[in-house]
Design a binder for this molecule. Structure first.
Ligand code: GDP
Ligand code: IMO
Ligand code: MG
Length: 424
């Protein structure tokens, strides 16, 4: 068996949570491999909306094991709230969720540092979700971090105090005012709570499961254009959101990766700062935001909206070796007579479809192709045959351009508003 990977190909919020939930019945285990509570993965079924931050999106399906891998960073306070809200639905989370001992912990002082760093950047800020992600990964790579497995170590308090001491020095450098006591109280309470969830050697656990023939889906967070190496640096997150992140974030060898399922919206959104060449700062963008309900699942911030960017999509497909595509939110484009797709960038006198080193500095302008809209409600469609011709043309156009098949089309937020295409 191999591990399939599902990951976002844009700037996050593509609809990963929904599709992982839809695909979960095909798998025995769902494993998150990077990111932390900066993620907000939305699932809608039985008339209820659920937003997950750290917990894999397989949690609502029976007989599925959910694994939080070593590449994830965990805020015990947020994690506890998530678990409590899931337990209210009668799910015994301690039986279907395990955490890697090697996953790193987000401390309250990491969140303060995130806020202090963003405040110091002023207009240049990243637009972080302020969940402490950057500082926690900095401590991980700086070899100062605390891991889930440290909780039960006798010198846990000593390690914690040392690290917070370092953070206090940094906060003094930023001249940032804060009150740590209440935050720490809540954090230590949540650390006790966290002990209820089995802590495992997730690398062995997953490889053993593979050798026993179990089907595993790795669930990405954020999107490829927010990848620390390949995204629109420095306006990125602090982990590898691309396929390689599934190897390092779970302990899965590259030759054990199977299908790579890349998910994208039929248009583009971005929340936070950073370049976005196809952004629409006009009434078309406002209409996309309104119909697409484009407000952050984690922070509630309005998402910036724009047309589909094919060069960026091709780049993300290349970096992750995407084998099949899932197109989300086709229904949101039903309102437009004409739909634009960015096919290349104009940089000076050059037309290129290469993803630029620095969009902003290089002054990349999108070059558009215009296609007919379908002007038809898609939200009740259940068979691919009933797609309007213009939608079929739109999908074909994308498939031809990127040379990867679109196997699933989503036409609404609900679990059942999902069309699995016959070619898949
Ligand atoms: P994720 O972070 O990739 O899991 O995506 P989010 O949950 O942050 O954002 C996706 C949003 O779009 C959520 O509000 C979903 O309920 C919603 N959604 C998902 N698929 C569709 C779709 O096909 N059409 C519409 N209109 N909304 C969708
Ligand atoms: P999901 O998994 C969209 C963005 C933030 C900011 C940048 C850095 O729901 O798709 P961070 O908090 O990581 O330091 O923020 O990345 N960002 C996301 N945007 N969806 C996400 O996750 C995101 N996680 C982080 O807005 O621009
Ligand atoms: Mg999201």
């Amino acid at each position: 068996m191999k591990v399939d990977v599902l990951l976002g190909l844009q700037w996050g919020d593509e609809g990963k949570g929904k599709i992982v939930d839809v695909l979960t019945p095909k798998y025995n285990l769902i494993a998150r491999f990077q990111g932390g509570p900066n993620a907000g993965h939305t699932l809608v079924f039985d008339g209820i909306k659920h937003v997950l931050h750290t917990i894999p999106s397989g949690i609502f399906r029976p007989d599925t094991m959910n694994v939080i891998g070593n590449g994830v960073v965990i805020d015990p306070v947020i994690f506890r709230k998530e678990i409590e809200s899931i337990e209210k639905l009668g799910i015994d989370v301690s039986k279907c969720l395990v955490i890697s001992k090697k996953a790193h912990l987000i401390l309250p002082s990491h969140r303060l540092l995130d806020a202090a760093s963003e405040a110091a950047k002023g207009k240049e800020k990243i637009g972080s979700t302020l969940k402490g992600i950057g500082p926690t990964y900095m401590d991980k790579t700086g070899r100062n971090g605390l891991r889930v497995g440290d909780i039960s170590s006798p010198d846990f308090m000593h390690k914690y105090t040392n690290l917070v001491g370092k953070h206090k020095q940094l906060l003094a450098f930023y001249d940032y005012a804060y009150h740590l006591e209440q935050l720490e109280f809540e954090w230590f309470e949540s650390i006790e709570f966290l002990k209820k969830i089995p802590q495992i050697d997730s690398d062995y656990y997953l490889n053993d499961a593979l050798s026993k023939g179990k089907a595993i889906l790795a669930e990405g967070a954020q999107g490829s254009l927010l990848d620390i190496d390949f995204g629109t640096y420095p306006f990125v997150t602090s982990s590898n959101t691309t396929c390689a992140g599934a190897c390092t974030g779970l302990g899965i060898a590259p030759n054990k990766i199977g299908n790579v399922i890349g998910i994208f919206k039929a248009y583009c959104t971005r929340v936070g700062s950073g370049p976005f060449p196809t952004e629409l700062e006009d009434e078309t963008g406002v209409a996309m935001r309104k119909v697409g309900n484009e407000f952050g699942s984690t922070t509630g911030r309005a998402r910036r909206c724009g047309w589909l960017d094919l060069p960026a999509l091709k780049y993300a497909i290349m970096i992750s070796g995407v084998t099949e595509l899932v197109m989300m939110k086709a229904d949101v484009l039903s309102q437009f007579d004409k739909i634009k797709i960015c096919t290349a960038y104009k940089i000076g006198d050059t037309i290129t479809d290469a993803f630029p080193y620095d969009y902003q500095a290089q002054g990349a302008e999108p070059v558009y192709e215009q296609l007919n809209g379908w002007n038809q409600d898609l939200t009740g469609i259940v068979h691919e045959e009933d797609f309007p011709e213009a939608l079929k043309t739109y999908i074909n156009y994308i498939e031809q351009a990127v040379n990867v098949p679109v196997s699933i089309v989503s036409v609404g937020p609900n679990r059942n508003q999902t069309i699995i295409r016959k070619n898949s």
